[in-house]
Structure formats: C-alpha cells, structure tokens
Design a protein around this ligand. Sequence first.
Ligand code: FES
Length: 428
Amino acid sequence: MSVRRLAEVQPDSFAFSKANAVVAKNWIGKYPKGRQQSAVIPLLMIAQEQEGWVTRPAIEQVSKMLDMPLIRVLEVATFYTQFQLKPVGTRAHVQVCGTTPCMLRGAEALMDVCREKIHPEQFHTNADGTLSWEEVECAGACVNAPMIMIFKDTYEDLTPERLAEIIDAFEAGKGASVKTGTQLKDRYTSEPEGERTTLLDEAALSKSGGAKAKSGAAKNGAAKEPAIPPSKASKPKTHAAETDASVKSPSPKKATGKQEDATSVPPLPLNKKRANETLDDAGAPGRQRKGKPGGPAPKSAYKSPELLKGEPIGADAKKTRAAAKAPLAEAKPTLDSPNRPVGIKKPAKPDDLKLISGVGPKFETILNGLGIYKFEQVASWQKRQREWVDGYLNFSGRIERDDWVKQAKALAKGGEAEYIRVFGKKPR
Ligand code: FES
C-alpha cells in the first residue's frame, strides 16, 4: 500500500458551490447536536465530487465547518482510498484491488493492463488526462475477485481482456454503458460460479417448517421460500455463569458495605520505600500467592548468568553498554573558529530562510544571529562551513541530508519557480 500524501501543488482556495453548500448543510443537520463531526466523510465526498479530488483548502474548509481539528480531517482524507488526494483521470480513475484474494485470482495481470493502457506508474494520468489508476487494498468484493473500482462502482470477476474493454469504454466516454458488478454472464451477484453445487434438495431443507410454509404460500397464492427454524448451531452449550441466560446482570441484590470491603483490593500504602512493589508483593488481601501479607517481597532462587559473574543487569547493564558505545562528546564549535561562515549585516530585505527544508523559525533566528540572511550565503558554504553550522546547531548531519546548499542555490537562482523545477515540489 502506498503512502497517501496531499498533492504538492494545491489551489489557493476552496468554497462549496451554492447547491453543494445546501447539500453539505443538509448532511450536517442529520447528526445530533454535538455530533456534527460525523459528517466529515459526506462533506469530503461532496468536495471531491465538486473538484474532482480532495484539495488541502477543501480539507481546511471542512475542518472549519465542522469545528474539527484539521489533523482529524486530514486523517480521514488520507486514510480512505475513496478520497483522491491529487487530480486523477477525468473519465476514469481505476482502482485495482491488490489484496490477497484478488492477487491470487489475477490482480497483477489487471495491473499490467492498466500499465499498458493508462500509464506505467500509478497516480499518473494518460497523455490526454482522461485515465489514471492505482492499486488499493481490499474493496470488499473478494468473493468475486479479481475486481476493480471506478469512482463509486465495482467491476468484478474480471479477466485482463474484459478490463481492457472496460477501460476502452470509459476512454470513449461510454463508461455509463458498462455493466457494474460481476462481469460473468451466468452469475448473479456472488452465487457459485457455473451453478449451485450444494443445498440442492429443497425438500430436505423444508422438512420441519416446510409444511406450514407451503400451506401459507398456498393461502397467499404466492410461491414463498420455505420457513426454516432459526439455527442454534453457533450457540455454545455451557453452564458457565457468563453465558447462563438465567443469571441476571447486574444482580438485583445489592452487596452490603461489609461484603464489599471483604472482596475489594485496597490501594497500595503510600510508602516510598515500597513504592515499586507489586500488589502481590504488598500482600493485598486475596492476592497472597507470594510471601507473607505485608512482608518483604520473596527472593527468587534464580540467579542470572550476569549476576553470577558479578555483571550489571537490567537498566544498569543498559547504561553501562550505552556508555561504552557512546563516542566522546564533541565540543561545540566555537564562534571564533576559522570554519565559521562569514556573516553579513542585516540587509534591508533578508531572505526567508525558512523556505529551506530543515530550517524552522528557531534555526532561522540562530542563523540570522550568525549574520546569515541570504540564500546566496548558504549556497556558497563549503564542507567545513557546513560541518561547523551542523555542529553549532547540533544537527547530526541534517544539513547534508536535507541538502541545504542545493535548496539554497535553487532559491537564490529563481525563487519558488526554480525550486519546483529542481525538486518537483514547492519549498516549505
Ligand atoms: S481482496 Fe480484492 S476485493 Fe477483497
């Protein structure tokens, strides 16, 4: 399953159309007061139907309308594969189920058809922007595997050839004419392929209730299914109190205070020395399997190999191992080091260093304090200067990993547009 993230490039704003705003309000009104957040899925779906996909501004708008933390709406939108997080094919977005039952029945061959007919990679539209595809987890039609979903409809019992025909139909704008559900001619919903092979003798089924059912059907003048008594096959035969229907719960009899005291476990005593003892060690009533009530915790006869050798165990051993492994702490780079990047006076228009991924407001302030204000400065850093700043910020190599120099070079050269060109996404 792929990671589902919001699209890098997003529109600036979102608003429900007049008609959709009414529908959305209607949905919110369906839930009791204080439970309006339950409308999050319908609202996101309406937004998707309006825009073709779920945009970040739409998610923000839904969060405002439902007075719901943004992260909660994001969680819903990014969890369900029914929500498209970037633009998809305008005529069809084919979701191929790749979970075990579908995979065993040929889902991989279906994905090959999508690769060939739409795009070699998921989430990319074809040249005309009309088709796209993705692999999804079980869509709940496993009995008719392998299957696909296009928007709200499923197409089941597929072969690669049939899928190719379906894709062609959608591409030609004739998606509505394709039969939904099973694609087999002799199957209705999900009964056995071919014909029934079990429960063929209806007379045997209707032995007990059949006579009554038949007479009832005759009276009504209609052929009805034979009445079958409810089965008790799955009900356990047990006399355990938990399943005994004659035992009423909660009991109508109330326990006396004395009875409650006798059966309750008192809280641990507030004794610092014994703060780490368990209930068993503390000798609580009814839990006295070890030692005497109130007495010290019984000592185990078992000695670990470490203890026998006189080595530390548990948390002490961890600390000792960590101390042995830890390299000697490096001294923080000094401000008078020759490796420190040269600073400048604050310019009239400093750059927004926060556009560099890895620089937040706190680091920007520190960098400004060092006289670093411009992208050009960061872009010119040599290795020794990068190491100095990395050590000064206590960054453990993040400047290299985030490639500040490449980011700064792009931003210095052509701002956001150049950054998008180089990295394929917006700067933060
Ligand atoms: S495994 Fe494909 S629909 Fe369930």
